[in-house]
Design a protein around this ligand. Structure first.
Ligand SMILES: Cc1ncc(C[n+]2csc(CCOP(=O)(O)OP(=O)(O)O)c2C)c(N)n1
Ligand SMILES: [Mg+2]
Length: 770
């Protein structure tokens, strides 16, 4: 075998430059070379890539193992594509079509990019924190015997320094400390610039303290080898250098050698003279650019030295736009090199014009051998990882017995029954809740299945024989992950658990519970989970103003509208326990189906009389979004359309109005979300020449085209009022439009017009001749 003539460090340095070139060229090509059909800015972040090409070279071609998983800073996406291009797992076409339809995505995307992307990123802060929850899931899988200890990897996040302003990061590390999280590397590209400006100085000495107090090791890589040596020789120079503010430092990096000289002359006088004599301007600029995050030796040593499982924050000092003409300039975030500048960069890399895409163009033969050998040896997983689906069979889930019950109580009961019955599904369920386990009715399940803890945690109260309904001890076979009150963490936990099949090869069935109004608190994290196609069941309860005296600030109004606009998340809102059982069965199926999705169940604490069923025909309708709970007469003039907890009012009004309004129907809507999707999908199919009629169209066509609908939900009325648009029927929408009050159900339903009187009035109005 040919012995490589370059050392690994030299090869890594060449790869660093190559990544910087290819990422810059990919962005340049998309903006300046590819034809623009619409004149829209294409964009891309050459400066943000340049600042971490060395870090990513050291990581991907030296430090990463095959089981490691990485979340890449969103605007460093082109670097990740360049890495896979060099590895042979990304195509030139995809790079040429960067930010184009079907091309390499602007920000790394698990579902849309063709290279293996472990975590999508884009909304800063979330990609960082999900790695922590994924690490927790890795521990969970090994503790439960689904993953070999030897297959355990490291979870790595590449972070922009301004990303550290996102509060969700601190919520996550606090949670991680409670769970003794490990196997994490978070690497900060500490270029001290954000999108708008250079970063404020005051905060910058504090990040290490915050992390250390959460149990992290903090490794600061401030200096490269050469700069460290130079400053060690010149105490006064070091003191001066370290006093420079972020803004001053960035400005000097931008201005270059002459500016460094002038400042040192002016501020150090005699003390700087000998040093300046030894360095010409170019040498000065190069020396002061030798920060830790650009020094390959420093990076490699730091990664090699952190091989235990202690969570580690690397703070790698860098220059934004390193090696590019706008290095350090405060406006460089979206800065693009012009054609002259990119040509100069190309020449400096010895890349011939017309050969820009050739992966190792311009690298001399000697060096090339070493670089090729390093690429070949690189342990980065190149193959696209398949997704594991269809591995767990979901048993039929019977409805819990009881003439009167709430959907929330039924949910707890179903889980308890599942746990008692045992089986694979029950064993694969992992539950989690941000400090509302008891009040969302998960308590009985946790009594059965226990809390997940890496080390045993006895139930002190039980040992002391203090009576309690919650008998919770923790251990490594427990199936409930307790979270503190931070809803963003709940969704990131669901995202990580919901990707366990993809990330670690074993599918879990994650169930998260919270109060419905607090979905809004973690909404971006929920969207993030859905964007990555993580699969889970979200149970939100209680909901609406139906929680009565407990209401006020806890009353939710708009989550059904949120769900209506959220891809990847199916909203179900059952009125009865048997509907809920069917929905949970379906939700479990969807978690493990290739074309599945996540499910959001909006439940209630209101105990309602269950309906008698003559047959099972309601079931498919309930799963499709709605069914006639009381069939309409042929061509009926009106129907009540109700969802969820207000079904008793709808049923009572239907009884009362039945004699006056012949053929009056009662449509139980279980998912406005599915009805709406079906409607638009059928329209799209018709445009394509297929004759399709959606479920909602079939349901509503039972009524007269001139008929009217009274819609009612304990939610924003717009959740259902759109139904009038399907066939053009008139609508009288009832629902909640103002912030809730506390009160008894009767008081609240009267005040917010969710009662029988309101329905009667609305029906009467619809039937009046126009
Ligand atoms: C939640 C969110 N808010 C705003 C943005 C827009 N944005 C993208 S990058 C960025 C600044 C990033 O600065 P930094 O993290 O320091 O990265 P750098 O480019 O300097 O490496 C901002 C505000 C975003 N992507 N996500
Ligand atoms: Mg930055």
């Amino acid at each position: 075998m040919l012995k490589p003539v370059t050392t690994d460090i030299e090869a890594l340095k060449i790869l660093d430059e190559r990544l910087r070139w290819l990422s810059a060229w990919t962005i340049h090509h998309a903006n300046h070379v590819r034809e623009s059909a619409d004149g829209l800015k294409v964009g891309g972040h050459q400066a943000s890539c340049a600042s971490m090409s060395a870090i990513m070279s050291a990581l991907y071609f030296h430090a990463l193992g095959p089981n490691d998983r990485v979340a890449v800073k969103p605007h460093a996406g082109p670097l990740l594509h360049a890495i896979h291009y060099l590895l042979g797992s990304q195509s030139r076409e995809a790079l040429e079509n960067f930010r184009g339809f079907g091309g390499a995505q602007s920000y790394p995307s698990r579902t849309k990019d063709r290279i293996p992307v472990d975590f999508s990123t884009g909304s800063v802060g979330l990609g960082v924190a999900i790695t922590l929850f994924a690490s927790l899931m890795q521990d969970y899988l090994t503790a439960h015997g689904w993953m070999d200890e030897a297959d355990r990897g490291r979870l790595v996040a590449l972070i922009g320094d301004a990303e550290l302003d996102e509060g969700n990061i601190y919520e996550a590390i606090i949670e991680g400390a409670k769970h003794d999280v490990r196997n994490l590397w978070w690497i900060v590209d500490y270029n001290r610039q954000s999108l708008d400006a250079t970063s404020a100085d005051r905060m910058f000495e504090r990040f290490d303290e915050i992390f250390r107090s959460c149990g992290w090791r903090v490794v600061e890589l401030r200096y490269g080898k050469k700069l460290r040596a130079a400053l060690q020789k010149h105490g006064a120079l070091k003191e001066w250098f370290e006093r420079l503010s972020n803004a001053e430092l960035s400005a000097l990096h931008y201005q270059g050698g002459a500016a460094w000289r002038a400042r040192i002359e002016a501020e150090l006088g005699k003390k700087g003279r000998a040093f300046l004599k030894d360095h010409d301007d170019a040498a000065l600029a190069a020396l002061f650019s030798d920060l830790g995050g650009h020094c390959m030796e420093t990076l490699v040593e730091a990664f090699d030295a952190a091989q235990d499982d202690v969570p580690t924050l690397f703070i790698a000092w860098t220059i934004k736009g390193f090696g590019l003409p706008f290095a350090g300039h405060k406006d460089n975030h979206a800065g693009l090199m012009n054609p002259t500048q990119i040509a100069a960069l190309r020449d400096s890399m010895a890349v011939r014009e017309g050969h820009e895409w050739e992966p190792l163009e311009g690298i001399g033969d000697n060096a090339r051998t070493g670089v090729e050998a390093l690429i070949e040896r690189s342990r980065v997983a190149r193959e696209e990882r398949g997704r594991a689906f269809g591995s767990v069979s979901v048993p039929p889930i019977p409805a819990p017995a009881g003439e009167e019950q709430s959907t929330q109580a039924a949910f707890g009961r179903i889980l308890l029954d599942l746990s008692k019955a045992g089986g694979e599904l029950a064993d694969r369920i992992v539950t989690t809740s941000p400090d509302v386990t008891v009040s969302t009715n998960l308590g009985a399940w946790v009594n059965q299945r226990g809390l997940f803890r890496r080390s045993d945690m006895p139930d002190v109260f039980a040992r002391a024989k203090i009576a309690s309904a919650q008998k919770w001890s923790g251990g490594n076979k427990g199936q409930h992950v307790e979270l503190g009150i931070a809803e963003s963490n709940l969704f990131l936990m669901l995202a990580a658990a919901g990707l366990s099949g993809d990330l670690f090869g074993t599918r879990l069935f994650p169930i998260g519970t919270l109060y419905d109004p607090f979905i809004a608190r973690g909404l971006d994290s929920l969207n993030y989970a859905c964007y990555q196609d993580a699969r889970f069941l979200l149970v939100a309860t209680p909901s609406g103003i139906t929680l009565g005296p407990e209401g006020g600030a806890h009353q939710s109004i708009n989550p059904p509208l949120i769900a209506l606009g959220q891809p990847g998340l199916r909203h179900y809102e059952p009125a009865f326990a048997d509907e809920l059982a069917a929905m949970m069965q379906e939700a479990f199926r969807l978690i493990d189906a290739p074309d599945g999705e996540s499910t959001y169940l909006r439940l209630s604490t209101r105990s309602v009389r269950q309906v008698e069923r003559e047959n099972d025909q309601w079931r498919q309708g309930a799963l499709d979004g709605g069914y006639w709970l009381r069939e309409p007469g042929d061509n009926a003039e009106a129907a009540i359309v109700a969802m969820g907890a207000v079904m008793p009012e709808a049923l009572a009004a239907w009884e009362e109005l039945g004699s006056d309004v012949p053929g009056l129907g009662l449509l139980a809507v279980t998912s406005p979300d599915l009805l709406h999707r079906g409607w638009t999908a059928a329209q799209a199919a018709r445009w394509n020449g297929q004759r399709e009629r959606s479920h909602v169209e079939r349901l509503l066509s039972r009524l007269s085209p001139n008929g009217g609908l009274v819609t009612i939900a304990d939610a924003a009325p717009a959740s259902l009022s759109w139904l009038g648009g399907v066939l053009g029927q008139r609508v009288a929408p009832l629902g909640v439009e103002k912030f809730g009050q506390t009160g008894s159900l009767a008081d609240l339903y009267a005040a917010y017009r969710l009662d029988g009187d309101a329905i009667t009035e609305a029906v009467a109005e619809l039937l009046l001749p126009a």
